[in-house]
Design a binder for this molecule. Sequence first.
Ligand code: ADP
Ligand code: ZN
Ligand code: ZN
Length: 725
Amino acid sequence: MSTAVRVALPVPLPTLFDYLPPADGRIMAGQRVLVPFGRGRQVGIVVDAAVTSERDDSRLKPVLQVLDDEPLLDGELLRTLAWAADYWLGAPGEAFAQALPLALREPRPLPDIAEEYWQLTPAGQQEHAAGRRRGGSRDLLGLLIEGPRHADELTAALPAWRTAARRLATAHLVERCPPPAAPPRRQPPTSLPLSAEQRDAVTAVGEAFGRFQPFLLDGVTGSGKTEVYLALIEQALAEGRQSLLLVPEIGLAPQTLRRLRERLGVPVEVLHSNLAEGDRARAWLRARSGEATVVLGTRSAVFTPLPRAGLILVDEEHDASYKQQEGFRYHARDLALVRARELGVPIVLGSATPSLETLANAASGRFRTLRLRTRPGAARPTPQVQIVDVRAQYLDHGLSPALLAAVRETVARSEQVLVFRNRRGYAPVLLCHACGWHADCPRCERPMTLHAGQRQLRCHHCDRHAPVPSHCPACGAGALWPQGHGTERLEEALGALFPDVPVRRIDRETTRRRDAFEHLLDDLRQDGPAILVGTQMLAKGHDLPRLTLVAIVSIDEGLHSVDFRAGERLAQLLVQVAGRAGRADRTGRVLLQTHHPEHPLLRTLLASGYGTAAATLLAEREAVQLPPCSHQILLRADAHHRADVDTFLAAAAAALPNDPEVQLAGPMPAPMPLRAGRHRGQLLLESSSRARLHSVARPWRLQLGALPSSRRVRWSLDVDPIDLY
Ligand code: ADP
Ligand code: ZN
Ligand code: ZN
């Protein structure tokens, strides 16, 4: 027994590690330390500065170096992270590593976070007056003539300003300067007068400032949820408090960021995984110092330190991308709730299509519901969805006459159309018409998608690529037929049908480059008719003011899925896609092609809206005791040999204590039994008691790692899995 320092290290082991304190004894929880580990060294975080270790001094190694003068993580984050590692059954070290931007996981001192301001030199002022410069240089001189400007402001006004700054700095015309005495708070443009519903929502949350209270902001698409967030952030700012706004994906960040910057007149920090590591670390540190008052970010931004927290907002709370699907499998929305509770601040979960989990919490009274039922401003009712029954209809490239007529009318009025199809590529299947052979991925045993532009077959499950065969490999016939329609094929068909209208495809392929998506969207904010063909990337909150028709080509796959969440997902997707129509001052129209117009979910959704459809789905979950009316933990395993998976899962099942309150399903093959050449299986634990489930799973998890058969498989535990794949 000895007094030791307990450290979280970024390794996938379910433990913390003890070390001897440094010689001078000065060490605090939350500091980073460099410690010996195995044959090398690791940067860890002190979780507890003085523990009684089970091991004796002689067996403990000393901390090599304390890297920070002060704790990098405060008490609240330390507690929340410990809670998170325990709840999601993750390795504690991995949970702690998640919280730190990569650049801070290196044994280096913290980067400089001094604010970056630029100004003109006297020579620069003369240069501006002389008006000799052109292009970016002239623009930058023009921006600085009124005084020093913050780097963020320059980026917002002139994205390529750094090139010009480098050139002008070399010529001694501009220079970095200390922050002006009082940071210039630009006069924010006056905000929109809020609607009565918006005002009620802002008042309700405002009254909860200073204490923990979760809210569901349930507002139809385009009802002005973002305006409510803005008003609340302004209120927090006025009290000198920090706000954290989470958005589901990077694609949404630029648009929201522009709105925040224009409105708030203070620097807004952005945190997402596409950022350069240094920038990410600096933004994180500015939040930690309390200097950053507004933080906008995606999933991992939920770990941002908030010493002066006032408010947490989670936009599109139903979105699946809040769940991390590998490594440490946390859910950012759920973690945000825990942080809000620890911080004692209100939290707002916003959505037009709330998850059933959140609706259940609202129904039980844990969350307060705030509703926005109408679209404020001009007369823009939410669009009505109209079913196009395509049974026995002639389809032109999968498009019905009714749908094509609507497209034609819309572009003739110089308006824009979104043709929605949630399948990338040209055709989902390549089929031999002579013998019925079709191209399958040998590593997944699923059809490969034809990508005509790339002349490739691609497996969307493992990313395997293969050339397109010219003849059927089975019978030698020459006629291979693409079956079904992906976005690429629809783009081609619509281009041929409407040669005078620009047709743009927006999916993962066309938006691979960093700004491609923004550019495409900017394009569409211009005047003139256009046809967009897109996948669900477009379903997420993008403001496309000129869009008046949404044509949904097919969603029938979603009606037959085995996943118990398929109905919920489909309802959310339909409502979100439909919500893209008619957001500006024009009324929108939505057409849905289907072979199943009588499907009960579609009927409820169209007749009574998302709220009723979700209530029906929730009642079904209740009846069969599925989440959120019960709780699940999924053990997944995969290996090159099926037998290894089976042996491990059998041993895992045997190791589970018998508990009448915990039900076990499996071992069973995963819904996709083979993926990327690996055999997959799973074991599902279910219980109506979350506490009971965890009390069984915690010791079980340690046993799993000790099973000899665990060495022959890759395995993971997923608490509250959001899909069973
Ligand atoms: P949501 O986040 O719910 O989709 P937004 O906040 O993006 O909705 O608002 C949708 C549109 O309605 C935006 O163009 C916004 O400027 C406008 N809007 C929001 N609130 C008001 C209001 N009170 N008065 C006028 N227009 C508004
Ligand atoms: Zn054939
Ligand atoms: Zn594959």
